[in-house]
Design a protein around this ligand. Sequence first.
Ligand code: OGA
Ligand code: MN
Length: 370
Amino acid sequence: MAKMAASMVEHGEDAFRKLFKFYKRRNPPPDFSDVIDFSKGLWSDKVVSAKLDAAAVSDVEARRVGLRPVRDWKAFGLQGYPGFIFISNPFLLGSQPFWVRQCLKSYPQKPNVCNLDMHMAPADTEDIWGKSADALRLPPSGKREPKTLLERLRWVTLGYHYNWNTKTYSANHYTPFPSELHALSCHIAAVCGFPGFDAEAGILNYYRSDSSLGIHVDESELDHTRPLLSFSFGQSAIFLLGGTQREDPATAMYMHSGDVMVMSGPSRLLYHAVPRIVPAPRENPCRPALETHTQEESALVGPVSEEDRTVCSRYMESSRVNVTIRQVLGPGQSFPETLPPRNWTDASRTEEYHDGSSDGESGGQKRRKT
Ligand code: OGA
Ligand code: MN
């Protein structure tokens, strides 16, 4: 079976699509032995260690956003993928619940935009967390209950809101970017050699255990010299990293809770996809830590109430949240003069995004998530 995955990537033409289908398959389940697991260190001959700029962020700055001192981070590169950096869970023990709560409770709130806004009245998407929390806190009753709004959430956009129809960002659809997420992103980018990174747009993807994200490249940002950052929480995923052409072969790797991925330089515009969500190796990635780190006065990462933790861990038992952070404009750059975007709330894009037929075949710039 491992041979099968290897032989498929040699075929050239449809290598990525075949690999996507291979890892997405339910029956029989695929062999995962070729999937690189960075949490196991320099475990494959393709994995190399990556150099970070540890002096770029002080221990105090790191702690304020829930990160361990940079000298303790384990960062890797992949042979053949210059500019690709994988940081194996740099978060302090006990700080992930804060970020998970932000992703579930805070970031879906207005004025941010989510998939539910596309076909629901504004009043109905006002309090996604509040309308879902009680049902999620209760133990499952056994009988099939209607899905909570939180369980129907598929994406949220922050900052410059990505327009799924036109595949563009625009000056006139911007809302304030969350400051703590901005700080976290700046620190990660600085350590990876990109001081002055400006987190201007965020796309949060919410995956259930049967979700996937089709083959795509993120090229709508206007400055491709700025890195793309990715944060993963909850259940694990198989991530496929391909080449500059859609049909180029791809490398499979696990993304576990807390893992951070940076696509920069020659790796910034590589095709990639998420064919499968897999159970987290550890018991429960969002479980409150046994020893919570002492709270700094100036911490941006605050304590999470017992109630909120319960809802977060219940939801995350079967979900994964991925946050991608993008700088859209280069220094001094502005959006080209265009007609005001039409239909940014057009529901058709949402339907396409979740049409349940994703097999990794979405072409070029199209991203499909099921
Ligand atoms: C994206 C993306 C990958 C992931 O949102 O553009 O590629 O791990 N996400 O969810
Ligand atoms: Mn992407």
